[in-house]
Write a protein that binds this ligand. Structure first.
Ligand code: CAA
Ligand code: NAD
Length: 302
């Protein structure tokens, strides 16, 4: 990791080697964009089968990007794809993967205990200078960070699905995050070609604090028998200009991820009706209808 001073003399580290833990929907997207923007990336997941699926998804997504970006120059497009894939390594051993890392971005299951266990192990293995960040949708960053001894080098980097298309990253600091760490995270977000916004370490940060209650109220409309998912989706796309209706979006995000978010929030804020549990969402998750990633959620996609 090298230190640099920008013209405004803001202290920050230049991030070159990035470890992404979790190669699911989000981890694969973050790994793809980090490698596409010149970073050396190691993507970690629980086994090789998952990792080869992640790599296949990345290859598919890269083809979609290249089809547009290099429409007139297919050879340059091919070279770009092979460069990106060369910068992208995989590993099934998280502890081993962080030995030379500058930045760890965690994108595993939305479960506080599992995230804490992971970070506690990584804290012992990663270089002192390495920065840790979580992509959590709903868990306060501080609650995860306390599993480590590097609160000053800990923050949140919250990306949006699909990462190659969504231009935003929310950058979160906890009170202990140093200015140097925060500046490094902001610069890294920009180096990935994203627009950054800052938000306090508050539930759901900016986007999910508004978007998740909206999605859940749509589910409650169906529970109350007020309209069908199809009509609600059509209404929000054609009447409010959203690219996807709330049910398409829930299927896209993953019903399990939505349930993890709602479980955490309803437990923590039992009196807030915006965070109330939804019997319909819970039923779909119990039936394994987790959304597009399994081919069925509110809609069948396979
Ligand atoms: N990789 C690369 N390119 C992609 C892509 C991907 N995964 N997905 C879409 N694209 C690009 C492609 O270029 C595609 O063109 P081709 O089909 O020719 O390849 C182009 O986008 C248009 O895609 P589609 O025609 O399939 O559909 P669309 O016009 O509806 O655009 C979308 C897709 C960008 C995803 C758009 O529907 C959208 O913005 N949806 C809302 C997404 C959203 O709200 N995300 C946030 C979710 S919340 C979250 O992430 C936070 C959390 O913590 C839960
Ligand atoms: P996902 O289920 O698609 O992927 C999670 C991956 O993590 C899986 O491949 C799983 O095998 C792996 N994993 C689980 N435990 C692990 C461990 N201990 N070590 C290594 N790998 C492990 O989930 P996702 O949608 O990619 O979400 C990941 C994180 O990102 C969650 O915290 C979620 O809240 C957040 N997030 C999700 C979205 C979204 O739209 N889905 C958007 C932003 C943030």
């Amino acid at each position: 990791i090298s230190r640099s001073f920008s013209s405004s003399a803001v202290r920050q580290s230049v991030i070159k080697n990035v470890t992404i833990i979790g190669g699911g929907l989000m981890g694969a997207g973050i790994a793809q964009v980090a490698a596409s923007t010149g970073h050396n990336v190691v993507m970690v997941d629980q086994n090789d089968e998952i990792l080869s699926k992640s790599k296949a998804n990345i290859a598919k997504s890269l083809q979609r990007v290249v089809k547009k970006k290099f429409a007139e120059k297919p050879q340059e497009g091919e070279a770009f794809v092979s460069d990106v894939l060369n910068r992208l390594q995989t590993n099934t051993d998280a502890v081993d993967s962080v030995k030379n890392t500058d930045l760890v971005i965690e994108a595993i299951v939305e479960n506080l205990d599992v995230k804490k266990q992971l970070f506690a192990a990584l804290d012992k293995a990663a270089p002192q200078s390495a920065i840790f960040a979580s992509n959590t949708s709903s868990i306060p960053i501080k609650e995860i960070a306390v599993s480590t001894s590097r609160l000053d080098r800990f923050g949140g980097l919250h990306y949006f699905n699909p990462v190659p298309m969504m231009k935003l990253v929310e950058v979160i600091r906890i009170p202990e995050t140093s200015d140097e760490t925060f500046n490094s995270l902001l610069s890294f977000g920009k180096a990935m070609g994203k627009v950054t916004v800052n938000c306090k370490d508050t539930p759901g940060f900016i986007v999910n604090r508004l978007l998740v209650p909206y999605m859940m109220e749509a589910v409650r409309m169906v529970e109350r028998g007020e309209a069908t998912p199809q009509d609600i989706d059509t209404a929000m796309k054609l009447g409010a200009g959203y690219p996807m209706g709330p049910f398409e979006l829930t299927d896209y995000v993953g019903l399990d991820t939505c349930k993890f978010i709602m479980d955490g929030w309803s437990q923590k804020f039992p009196d807030n009706p915006l965070f109330a549990q939804s019997p319909l969402l819970n039923k779909y998750v119990a039936e394994g209808k987790l959304g597009n990633k399994v081919g069925e959620g509110f809609y069948k996609t396979k």
